[in-house]
Design a protein around this ligand. Sequence first.
Ligand code: F0G
Length: 352
Amino acid sequence: PRAWRGIIEEYRDRLPVTPETPVITLREGGTPLLHADHLSQLTGCDVHLKVEGANPTGSFKDRGMTVAISRAVGEGSQVVICASTGNTSASAAAYAARAGLTCAVLVPSGKIALGKLAQALVHGARLLQVSGSFDDCLRVARELADTFPVTLVNSVNPHRLEGQKTAAFEIVEALGQAPDVHCLPVGNAGNITAYWRGYVEEDTRVGSGRPRMFGFQAAGAAPIVRGEVVTAPQTIATAIRIGNPASWDFATDARDASGGLIDAVNDRQILAAYRLLARREGVFVEPSSAASVAGLLAAHADGRLDAGQRVVCTVTGNGLKDPDWAISGAAKPETIPPTVAGAAQALGLRNL
Ligand code: F0G
């Protein structure tokens, strides 16, 4: 076994890089595909989790960012900019720091998780809190990049989706073929687009098959499900609090071409899946990430999943990014004296 080299070196011939492109990497990708015993039991399916919180900055964004930042450096860019609900900004800030670029990020004021804010700040990004939604941030970032000499590294930058498609390659390699169904949270709709491209590309290359793509938006931020822009999206899943996804048409194409669906899950379902993942599977994700699993459970309950199917759920981000939800839903820690008796009493332990 050799060391994982990051997605550009692992998949160089399938990414938009040349031998001259400088490689800015934190050795992203190569994340675990975990069998989910409890979820498999609940659904009668063979369920696996693609644990993207194991990436260097704690989310799947690193796969796209290594390509976008490498290309930006190769093209002589000195400043990169993005709009973000938190994870893109954390990833852009880290890769820009490594490349020696200036990074500016626009985030919706008061609506991003504390850990993500900390990441952007510690890596030295210029953090602008916008009194508006993510959709406002993206509109401003796009116009800035049209007007000034700055490179936009949102997923409307095509190099981002190219990098993100590599997760599908890893899944096919681990399973020996594509799964029957792939479940994902949907926000700006870039990731579902990227996975579908990855599966199609791999199927064209080696005949690995194609899954049905199941995407899940938060009920208060479900423009694709409703078929109209949501001007004031609301959900506790702040990473996917998006009312006008940039890759909307690509996502509906992926849904239709794969025979899949895009549906909504409410915050209660998201938090239930979030706790189940932590308590039963040992996987701590951020709330938005649990939308894929909430969707899986809802699809099972509605009879839309056949028993025995092989399902992969991507869990997109690490739970430590947003600890508030972990603490608010858990039992309060007790304070005890520094004695064995005190600890034993608090735990209800008895002598043998
Ligand atoms: N899960 C997490 C943890 C995310 O951060 C995002 C998107 C998604 C799912 C949805 O992916 O946008 O490709 O459909 N976060 C972006 C950001 C918007 O700015 O970090 P998508």
